[in-house]
Design a protein around this ligand. Structure first.
Ligand SMILES: [Zn+2]
Length: 440
């Protein structure tokens, strides 16, 4: 994940109840080969978390005879000659409850090629909660109801569905409107109506007990969820070799660590006579130990490869923005100090202000940082007759010449923005950002 995401307390509380209920019902089905609504209600009433609501919860299960009761009943009924069912449910419980507390250790995926009939039934039951209750419906006619209030243990609870999940996420992460995984597209519209997918970071087909887990669900863009990541498992390495399976510590874990934005920078090769600009790779910053996590993001989300494919657009945006700034503030290409201030001011908006708000801010910032570093070197040596060439200066000179008429149409700007204190601090911040590339 490029962007840091924070888990809303409401989501944590509601989905923890859902996870506990699912596990509780699997244990109930392991102990009873025939399931009975009244018996289930009575037993639920003995469990502190569900006390007093057993009848309603059991009724909710029995009501959905196809999607909830049938798979649970199948799981109870299907013979288990090797007596593995209870052990298996115990493991699911351990893994799900551990992930509520911390993101360490290993998780065992369901082997879908070698799945037993009772595992298939349990998996359908667990995933059904997401598909038929939590997930945002594909059409308004089939709107999913969300979990009813009586599932939940908190004070005065209300229904919780996809819309509640996304609203809570938006409130907890108010400055993030771009997909946290790829920084490529908005996950919500400006009008506030949220159009997005809820992605299972660890795929529900392999970890059905995490289908509704609060630490496994995150809004993502359609490209990430439906086209690129799909059901890839961050815990299995590309070779699919069980011996090289990753632990949770080796992958990016949702809601528990800063995004890669803080810990990495982007290595960029600037264009020259022979080659176009290229985005090379995501690199850990000095003292940052995120090499493994960078590998996972590369495998699962194809980052930064996806940015490379858009490098022309990203570059054009950077130039257009600078061209506009230079024109608006009437900065001459000969005034090297003001020119650098202007470049760094633009970098600070990409890196600091537009972060998480506009697509590709990260890639734009590091491309611009590389361009400014090169331009700075060129400006410092320009007093010599043999000045170094700079992609940025050459491109801007060309663009400003082409659009010269437009430039002179604008009103002269008498306020010199770059001298103001606030701008000075942004410019200084941007210079520190640029140092990252030089230091590493
Ligand atoms: Zn995305």
């Amino acid at each position: 994940m490029i962007h840091e995401v924070r888990l809303p307390a409401l989501t944590r509380e509601r989905l923890t109840d859902v996870v506990v209920l699912q596990i509780w019902l699997l244990f109930y089905a392991v102990s009873n080969s025939t399931l009975d609504q009244i018996d289930c209600a009575n037993r639920l009433n003995r469990c502190p978390r569900f006390r007093g609501r057993g009848e309603k919860i059991a009724k909710w299960i029995w009501q959905a005879s196809e999607s909830r009761l049938k798979p649970l009943q199948d799981f109870a009924l299907i013979p288990d000659p090797s007596a593995d069912k209870r052990k298996w449910v115990k493991r699911l419980a351990c893994e799900a409850f551990r992930l509520l507390k911390k993101s360490t250790g290993t998780l065992e995926p369901l082997n879908n090629q070698n799945i037993t009939p009772w595992q298939k039934a349990a998996s359908d039951f667990l995933i059904g909660f997401y598909e038929n209750v939590l997930r945002e419906a594909s059409s308004p006619k089939r709107k999913n109801p969300g979990f009813p209030p009586y599932i939940f243990s908190g004070y005065n609870p209300s229904t919780f569905g996809a819309e509640n999940f996304l609203t809570a996420f938006k409130e907890e992460n108010p400055k993030l409107s771009i997909c946290p995984a790829c920084d490529e597209s908005k996950y919500s519209t400006k009008a506030g109506s949220i159009k997005t997918d809820i992605d299972h970071y660890l795929p529900k087909s392999k970890y059905p007990h995490l289908a509704c887990h609060p630490y496994n669900l995150v809004p993502s863009c359609l490209a990430c969820n439906q086209r690129i990541k799909k059901t890839s498992d961050p815990l299995s390495s590309q070779t699919n070799n069980p011996a090289t399976r990753r632990r949770l510590e080796n992958i990016f874990c949702l809601y528990r660590e800063p995004g890669l934005w803080e810990q990495t920078y982007l290595e960029v090769s600037l264009k020259n006579k022979n080659n176009p600009t290229q985005i090379d790779s995501l690199k850990p910053k000095e003292n940052s130990n995120v090499g493994d996590k960078i590998e996972v993001i590369k495998e699962i989300y194809r980052i930064p490869e996806r940015w490379s494919e858009q490098v022309d657009e990203i570059e054009d945006y950077v130039y257009r923005k600078l061209e506009h700034l230079l024109s608006a503030f009437q900065v001459s290409l000969d005034d090297s100090q003001t020119l650098l201030d202007c470049f760094d001011y633009s970098l600070s908006t990409d890196y600091l202000t537009e972060r998480g708000q506009n697509p590709f801010s990260f890639a734009r910032a590091w491309l611009l940082a590389a361009l400014i570093n090169e331009a700075e070197q060129s400006l410092q040596t320009s007093s010599n007759s043999q000045s170094k060439s700079s992609a940025l200066l050459e491109e801007l000179e060309l663009r400003l010449k082409q659009n010269a008429d437009e430039v002179f149409m604008e009103e002269p700007n008498t306020v010199h923005l770059f001298k103001k204190a606030k701008a000075r601090s942004s410019i200084e911040n941007a210079r520190q950002v640029r140092q990252t590339v030089k230091k590493n």
